[in-house]
Unconditional design. Sequence first.
Lengths: 146, 320
Amino acid sequence: MTLRCSAIVLVLTLAMATAQTNSASKDNSIYGELSKAPAKAAARRNPLEADPEAVAAGGKLFARHCAECHGDTADGGKKGPSLRAAEVQQATPGSLFWLLTNGVVRRGMPVWSKLPEPQRWQLVSFIKSLTPASQSDPNVEKAPHP
Amino acid sequence: MTSASPQPESSSSDSDLPWPSRVSWPPVRRALSFGLLALALLFLVRTAQSQESPYIVAYDHYLEEPGSLEVEYFSTFGTQRGGNDFHAFWAEFEYGATAWWTTELYLDGQTTFNDSTIFTGFRWENRFRLLQREHFINPVLYIEYEQTSGADKILKEVEGHDVEEDYSDPNALARYDHDHEIETKLLLSKTFKGWNIAQNTIATKNVSPGEPWEFGYAIGASRPLALKASAKRCSFCRENFIAGIEMYGGLGDRHSFGLHDTSHYLAPVIAWYLPSDWTLRLSPGFGLNDNSHRFLLRWGVSREFSGFGSAISRLFGGRS
């Protein structure tokens, strides 16, 4: 009985794993989620804008929590879209903070409110410091990897 | 807690055999095989670190990141009046199936001092996030099936009229009690200004006929020691530590709801996130009444492997 149940659990787990979808990185409509931020949230300013360490700290947090999906250089990865895209770089800090906090659960982006608020603002600082995709030259080294 | 269904001993009584012959090896072998398979797959993926909850019993509303597998090992040392102290342990394989669904397999065992070491069963847990976005309170539905023996002592949750005395039977007897339980929980949690507050309501039904619904609770509060991250990679930065406290206990059953004949615990918790992607947790727990174990010392170690789902998918010819 135990063996049978264990086998069922294993098969279900493998089936779920195989069912993983990786469409987010190819689907540009995901950027539209940024426009769903309420006006009040979108208008929030980054309180760490002037903090000289915010970008470096945000880079460390990015490598730890975000790089797996968005790529080591934030160009987009297996599951997450590029954060150098114009839609992201032109978004207000408040919109990025709102999206980080709420995630896009049905599209595979988890909520990150588990990170304290200052750390989420540090991540926003890092994301805004990235060279936008339209300006990046493939022969030029991209923003330093954290 | 358990539905007693004594099994007749085989003609060559197990209890006549010296330890470790009494150890229930076939389930242990199966558990080991499963563990080895999982470990082999881990070579295909990379590690990552997420900000995990420091709680050992309570749950907050955060789920595993999609496609990530967290492998965890936990120990509980417990004192036992009227019996031998014990060391219960379990392995957890926690997988983020989607951003709103986390599934988890537990394999339990225990050593009772001056007695024996046995495999005590498995649990299959699922947590479903009910709301898409963050709200003032965030609900998560928890559903678990568990098939454990009466010798299970991991005390991952306390419910009904679970009391210290239930754990005093020798393993040779307790292992023949069987629990087939469906456990449901409503997890409510909120994070505000760095503080996480979590409240879990538990309702459990042993599927054996005649067993009533049992109830329990767990609550927790925790906060990182620093809210801002430092710019440098470090092991001992305050941001790498989360401290908190949790309290849990039983609330009786459908026939006798309330606090009488129930046990309750208060346990400080601390988690330490290492830059090497390991997380350590420590929690000394204290019984709050005469029905509780006087002292429970819990500790755990975990590591998250991101991209596990993609690795499995590649293994079966899917897209990476």
